[in-house]
Design a protein around this ligand. Sequence first.
Ligand SMILES: [Zn+2]
Length: 89
Amino acid sequence: MKKHFMLALLASTISCAQETPKVKQVKKMTPKTDLKGIKVVNALDPICQMKTAEYLKDTAVFKGKTYGFCSDYCKKEFKKNHAKYAQNK
Ligand SMILES: [Zn+2]
């Protein structure tokens, strides 16, 4: 009885230890957001003051100008208060 158990354990250990072939995919990583090339009028996120050039995740067009934001949250904050933030230049 015990022997059988040990055998089964050994068998499962062996199958687990099988090396999976390491095939590295040489794929070019495409950025999640394709906003890096977009020019925005604000160098800093007006909500949190993060650099839009580095942390650009979302944009909003206000009065013909494209504003950049680090997140959807900041964009929403801007839209709620754009009068306050947009004139802050
Ligand atoms: Zn932000």
